[in-house]
Design a binder for this molecule. Structure first.
Ligand SMILES: Cc1cc2nc3c(=O)[nH]c(=O)nc-3n(C[C@H](O)[C@H](O)[C@H](O)COP(=O)(O)OP(=O)(O)OC[C@H]3O[C@@H](n4cnc5c(N)ncnc54)[C@H](O)[C@@H]3O)c2cc1C
Length: 438
């Protein structure tokens, strides 16, 4: 199932690995992704006052309590409410898609990585129809063979999905810390919050930035090394990471500082339209996946996780930026030398040492595991956990009335479970939902 291959040495000195030609569907009308003249700024969905209904939910019994207001929570809430279910969505921000917006801004995401069929509405063609409306002509462009929409188009469409379904009125601010079952109901609790639901959907996303062991050691000694998703990372001129986020961030830092930004990556820049095999989103893959036993699935997940890559259009921009001196791409991880007394950080690569004022890690997120409050909930309710992941039934049910989507559902759905297409698959399998995932 792994189709990436082919090593080429680009004349500019960036090494690239390209997808083999012809391994993907051909879309003659698609264009190559160049950034729009004024790149649409990534914006968080709610531009209006946040709604925070009474946390207690007034003691009412809802059909579904959704824990987490990210893309997975929204996609499920949209489909469940369309089927007539009453829903409450709990999120610490009290808003929907908040964390999505924060992370997209941190890497100045202009284009989605996924095709236009991957969105949060129930109908597979919903985003295509949205883009055909005259008022969205400014964001109607689609990129590359996969016909990827702009991030702004995805956000506007998501905002419309949220508004049409009235989901803002269903959001409750809070961080869930336990789920109990009593008399066929779930009691969901957390910081002053108590909600009752017939069913619960856990949609808490990926919560842990991936920080390599060497970086942890350096940070313990006080070195200025931070992960891009840990908060307001400063505009460091040294970045570590070999995927789309690192090069997008590098271009953004260069634009903001006009200084040369160094990107350190262990491997050549891999060129691929999508960050996983597109076959994994298809019905045939789902059937093959379901036929695998658990150990084969665990093995597959271990072999196919987290390979950084960039789409062709972005790779061309990186090549140009290297040629004009805006970026330097080093295909190695430097040795880090931190002098706590002088607070001086030096990065030593094969071409010598450079002083650095700080390093930003763009090393992605850890695959989510059952830990913290989820682990104690699993223990209390006797919910099965395999290799740190929930063992889910066909309808994404973990234990009576408790369902799971997102990164935690990898064992059930495969490597694309955390992505938007994973949200669509998981939602389509929930009880009471009628929806075509793709
Ligand atoms: C920069 C970036 C770009 C991406 N681009 C794409 C793309 O183009 N296409 C694609 O398919 N995928 C993409 N992904 C991958 C994936 O779609 C996203 O990570 C997406 O945000 C996953 O959605 P989610 O709802 O599972 O998680 P999140 O967006 O993380 O949302 C989970 C929510 O749950 C909340 N939460 C956590 N714990 C609790 C708790 N105890 N109680 C209540 N709430 C809680 C969190 O605060 C958060 O708001 C991208 C990821 C990143 C980081």
């Amino acid at each position: 199932m792994n189709t990436r291959a082919g090593l080429a040495l680009a004349p500019e000195g960036i090494r690239l690995i390209r997808e083999p030609p012809g391994s993907r569907q051909h879309h003659p009308r698609a264009i190559e992704p160049t950034p729009p003249a004024s790149a649409p700024e990534a914006r968080v969905v709610p531009d209006r006052p946040r709604t925070t209904p009474p946390p207690s939910g007034g003691g009412a019994l809802f059909d579904w309590i959704i824990v987490g207001g990210g893309p997975h929570g929204v996609c499920a809430a949209r489909a469940l409410t369309a089927g007539g279910a009453s829903v409450r969505i709990v999120d610490p921000s009290g808003a929907l898609l908040e964390r999505w917006g924060v992370r997209a801004r941190a890497v100045e995401m202009v284009w989605m990585r996924s095709p236009a069929g991957h969105h949060l509405d129930a109908q597979p063609v919903s985003l295509h129809h949205f883009l055909h409306r005259p008022e969205h002509a400014d964001v109607a462009e689609l990129a590359g063979r996969l016909r990827r929409p702009t991030h702004e188009a995805f956000l506007r469409h998501s905002r419309e999905v949220v508004e049409t379904a009235g989901l803002d009125r269903s959001v409750v601010r809070g961080r869930v810390s336990s789920i109990q079952r009593r008399n066929g109901e779930s009691i969901v609790r957390g910081d002053g919050l108590e909600l009752r639901g017939r069913r619960v959907l856990i949609a808490t996303g990926s919560n842990t930035p991936r920080i390599p062991a060497w970086a942890k050691r350096m940070r313990d000694e006080g070195a200025p090394i931070r992960h891009v998703f840990e908060g307001d990372a400063p505009l460091d001129l040294d970045l570590v990471g070999g995927g789309i986020s690192s090069v997008q961030r590098a271009l953004m830092v260069h634009r903001a500082t006009r200084r040369t930004v160094r990107v350190w990556m262990r491997h050549p820049l891999r060129e691929a339209e999508f960050d996983f095999d597109r076959d994994w989103t298809k019905h045939r893959f789902a059937a093959e996946w379901n036929a695998l036993d658990e150990s084969a699935r665990i093995d597959f997940l271990a072999r196919h996780g987290g390979r950084g890559s960039v789409p062709g259009g972005l790779a061309r921009r990186v090549e140009r930026a290297v040629r004009n001196g805006s970026l330097r791409v080093a295909h190695e991880l430097p040795a880090f030398e931190w002098d706590a007394a002088t607070q001086e950080l030096r990065l030593r690569g094969s071409e010598g040492a450079v002083r650095s004022s700080g390093v930003t890690l763009l090393t992605g997120l850890e695959p989510e595991a059952v830990s913290g409050w989820l682990r104690s909930t699993a223990e209390d309710l006797g919910l099965p956990v395999v290799h740190g992941m929930p063992r889910l039934r066909a309808d994404m049910e973990w234990g009576e009335g408790i369902h799971v989507t997102g990164s935690l559902a990898r064992l059930r759905l495969g490597p694309m479970a955390p992505n938007i297409v994973g949200a669509r698959w998981a939602t389509s399998l929930l009880p009471g939902v009628r929806m075509q995932p793709v």
